[in-house]
Structures are given as C-alpha cells and as structure tokens.
Design a protein around this ligand. Structure first.
Ligand code: AMP
Length: 218
C-alpha cells in the first residue's frame, strides 16, 4: 500500500505515520526528518534548506522533487510506504504522480488528519523531539521518564526552532495557502479520508485504521 498522511503541522502526522508503518510493515518516509538530518549533518542540502525550515517556510518544489525522487527509488519503498510531509503543494502532487508513474504505481489513499489551530499551537509549544531516533514527547501529555532525555535512546531532547509560536502561526498559514489546494486535488480523485486527530494517540490510530479498513472492505 502507498499511503500519504497530510494535515497541518503538529496534528500528529509523524506519530501516526510511525505507528501505521509499523502495523502495515511499511517504510515511513518523512521529508521533515530527512531535511533535519541533512541540517544536523551539515551537508550541502542541509545548508540550502536551513533558512526555509527554521523560518517555517516551504523548501522550494524543485529541491523537494529531487529529494523525494531519490528517496522513493530506494528498494525499501518498492512495495509501499507511509509518506509523511510530502506532497505539500499542488506541484508536489504532480511530482509524486510522475515519480510513481515511472514505475507504474499510484498512491492508494490519502489520510488527512485534522485538529483545531488552538490545539495545534498548544501541542507544538510543549513538543520535544529526539534528534537521534525521532521519538516525540510532550512536556505535559507525554513526558519522558527522565526530564529532557529520550526514553528510547538516551539522547538529549530538543525543541524544534520552528515550534516557536510565531513560526507555528506562519506554518499554519502556509498549510492553508499551499497545502489545502494539494489536498483538494486528491479529494477530487476520491482518495481522501479525513480523520479527527483530537484525543489520545492510540485513539486516533484506531480511527485512522478504521478509515483505511472501511475503504479496503468497501
Ligand atoms: P515537518 O517535519 O513535516 O513539519 O517539516 C518541517 C519543515 O520542513 C517544513 O516546515 C518545511 O520547511 C520543510 N519541509 C518538509 N517537507 C516539505 C515539503 N514536502 N515541501 C517543502 N518543505 C518541506
């Protein structure tokens, strides 16, 4: 299966994509993680994208197109994937069509996660992430066992620069302006399932699973 998770920043795409990929035995491809790894590793790509990512703007489509084309060529994505963070613009939808079209496949389903803006700002203000294994915590809702330390790998947790409230508001505006039109394209193709992302991650995961299952049965 080739599944794309879409939705505003902080809605839980990463958390749900990891769970879903594990459940289906598929690879999880997160463009935000790829970009942050490149920034952390000080690669040429990292230097090129840093300013965009830290300011909460989208990285230009041509760069993202090249990146996703390369990533999906990897054999681990040959039989399916859970894509998180791509596509985010109408042009990226066309790019993904093209990349998959080369190998004669298509996206099977788009899950759009939704939560109110106020909830998103609250979630991102308390979000802490592990730069090493990408585990995600929240200071109130999901605190790590030892404050400031990743439960899974022991790395020091960090706050993403783009989780600062003023940057989050900009990212929400980018989502409305650039990503909603991309979702519209998939909706017109009848591929979209909307899933309410308010609640415990386990609860949301079940809703998401049911949305996929009902489609598979239907
Ligand atoms: P995320 O981790 O998905 O919230 O992505 C973090 C940031 O990485 C975004 O705010 C963008 O600056 C950049 N980014 C990730 N995916 C894309 C994409 N498909 N197109 C453009 N920029 C992206």
């Amino acid at each position: 299966m080739r599944i794309v998770l879409m939705g505003p920043p902080g809605v839980g795409k990463g958390t749900q994509a990891v769970r879903l990929a594990r459940r289906l035995g598929l690879v999880h491809v997160a463009t935000g993680d790829i970009l942050r790894d490149a920034m952390r590793g000080g690669t040429a790509l990292g230097d090129k994208v840093r300013e965009f990512v830290e300011d909460g703007r989208l990285v230009p489509d041509d760069l993202m197109g090249a990146l996703i084309g390369e990533r999906l060529k990897n054999p681990d994505a040959a039989d399916g994937f859970v894509l998180d963070g791509f596509p985010r613009t109408e042009e990226q939808v066309a790019t993904l069509d093209r990349v998959l079209g080369f190998v004669g496949v298509r996206v099977d389903r788009i899950i759009v996660l939704r939560a109110p803006d106020a909830e998103i700002v609250r979630r991102l203000a308390g979000r802490r992430v592990c730069p090493n294994c990408k585990a995600v915590f929240h200071v109130d809702n999901k605190p790590p066992r030892t404050a400031g330390t990743c439960d899974d790998c022991g790395e020091v947790l960090m706050r993403r620069k783009d989780d600062a409230e003023e940057v989050v508001l900009g990212r929400l505006a980018v989502f409305a302006r650039q990503t909603e039109p991309a979702i519209r394209i998939y909706r017109e193709r009848g591929l979209v399932e909307d899933v309410d992302s308010v609640g415990e991650p386990g609860e949301v995961a079940e809703r998401l699973w049911n949305a996929l299952a009902s489609e598979r049965l239907g």
